[in-house]
Ligand binder design. Structure first.
Ligand SMILES: O=C(O)CCC(=O)C(=O)O
Length: 316
C-alpha cells in the first residue's frame, strides 16, 4: 500500500489481537518504492506474502466473523431481489443501465449495491474494525467512511474493463494516498468465481496503464479484508460458477481531502423510490391465518350459524 511517506510502500503485519476489546496491533514497515521489485507491493490479503505477513495476521481474528459474513451476505441478496422486483414491477428495466441510487450496473451481470441495512451494522463502521489500523496508517488519523456497498457479481458475469476507482488529485506530482477501498468477500474468492485482478503499482502517477506482467489476483477467504489505494488499477473478473459472488466494500477517505462525486453522487442516478414488498411466503400466509385467533373463533361461530361463504372470505 502506497502511503504518506515519500514514495514508499507500507507493509502491515498484525502482531497481536486483544480478545477483550477486539483491537488489533499492527507493525508497519516501509520500503522505498525505487528499491522494490514489483512483488513488494502490499495488497493485503490472507495469503502469505513471502514471509512478510505473520501467522497472527493470517489468524481468524483478522476478518469478519462467520455470523457477520452471513448477515452481510443475506442482506445483499435480499437487497438485490428487492431492487429487481421493484424495477420489474415499476417497468424500469430499460433504466437499469443508467443506474439507480440503490443499484448500478458495473459490467454485464455485475451490480454495485447500496444496501441501506449496512449503515446500521456497527461492526462495519466501528473504529475498532480489524482493518482500521491499516486505513489509518494509509490516510492518517482523521478518516471518513465515505461509502459502504456490495459488488454483486452474478453467475455468468463478464470480466470488467480495467479501471481505477478515482483519479490522482494532482496531475503533476505523486501525492500521498487520499482514499482506500477495503474489499471484503462474502464467499471464498477464486479465479473461477471472479476474484478481482489488480495491476500492481498503477497508483503511481504516469504508471497507470494495464500491464500483463504486473497482474495479481488475490483469492482471500470469506471475510478477509483486502485494502488498496483508490488509484490502483483493477477489474472484477467473470464469474464462471453457479453461485453469486458478493464482495462488500468500504471506501475511506482522508477527511476533508476528497469526496467522490462520480461514483457516489446522489444526483447522478435515478431514485428508485419506494421498494415493492415481496409476496408473502406460504408459511407467512399460514401464520397470518393462524395468528388471527379472533377470526378462527368467529369462523367457528359463523360455521354454527351456517354462514360458510363468509368463512371462506376471512380465511383466504
Ligand atoms: O467486482 C469486483 O471484483 C470489482 C468491482 C470494481 O472494481 C468496480 O466496479 O469498480
Amino acid at each position: 500500500m502506497y502511503s504518506k511517506v515519500e514514495e514508499s510502500w507500507l507493509n502491515a503485519t498484525c502482531t497481536a489481537y486483544n480478545d477483550e476489546d477486539c483491537t488489533h496491533t499492527f507493525q508497519f514497515t516501509r520500503t522505498k518504492f525505487k528499491d522494490l521489485c514489483i512483488e513488494d507491493e502490499i495488497i493485503l490479503w490472507e495469503k502469505d506474502r513471502q514471509g512478510k505477513v505473520s501467522d497472527a495476521y493470517r489468524g481468524t481474528e483478522f476478518r469478519l466473523k462467520a455470523n457477520e459474513i452471513v448477515t452481510c451476505y443475506n442482506l445483499a441478496c435480499e437487497h438485490y431481489e428487492a431492487v429487481m422486483r421493484t424495477v420489474t414491477s415499476k417497468n424500469l428495466l430499460h433504466e437499469l443501465q443508467d443506474g439507480f441510487d440503490m443499484m448500478r450496473e458495473r459490467g454485464f451481470a455485475r451490480f454495485d449495491l447500496t444496501v441501506p441495512a449496512y449503515d446500521k451494522l456497527d461492526f462495519l463502521s466501528s473504529p475498532k474494525a480489524a482493518w482500521m489500523p491499516i486505513v489509518h496508517a494509509c490516510l492518517g488519523t482523521d478518516v471518513e467512511l465515505a461509502h459502504v456497498g456490495c459488488m454483486f457479481s452474478l453467475p455468468g458475469s463478464h470480466a470488467q474493463i480495467y479501471h481505477q476507482d478515482g483519479v490522482h488529485l494532482s496531475e503533476k506530482t505523486q501525492l500521498p494516498c487520499h482514499a482506500v477501498n477495503v474489499f471484503i468477500p462474502l464467499i471464498d474468492l477464486s479465479v473461477a468465481n471472479g476474484a478481482t485482478e489488480f495491476c500492481i503499482g498503477t497508483h503511481i502517477l504516469q504508471n497507470d496503464a494495464y500491464d500483463r506482467s504486473k497482474l495479481e489476483t488475490p483469492t482471500p477467504e470469506a471475510g478477509v479484508p483486502l485494502v488498496f489505494d483508490y488509484r490502483n488499477g483493477h477489474r472484477g473478473m467473470g464469474n464462471n460458477t453457479d453461485e453469486v459472488r458478493p464482495v462488500l466494500y468500504l471506501t475511506y477517505s482522508a477527511n476533508g481531502k476528497f469526496t467522490d462525486e462520480v461514483n457516489f453522487s446522489k444526483r447522478r442516478y435515478h431514485k428508485l423510490g419506494e421498494m415493492i414488498a415481496a409476496p408473502k411466503s406460504r408459511e407467512e400466509r399460514q401464520a397470518m391465518r393462524e395468528g388471527g385467533g379472533v377470526k378462527v373463533e368467529e369462523e367457528g361461530e359463523l360455521m354454527k350459524k351456517g354462514e360458510s361463504d363468509k368463512v371462506m372470505k376471512t380465511s383466504n
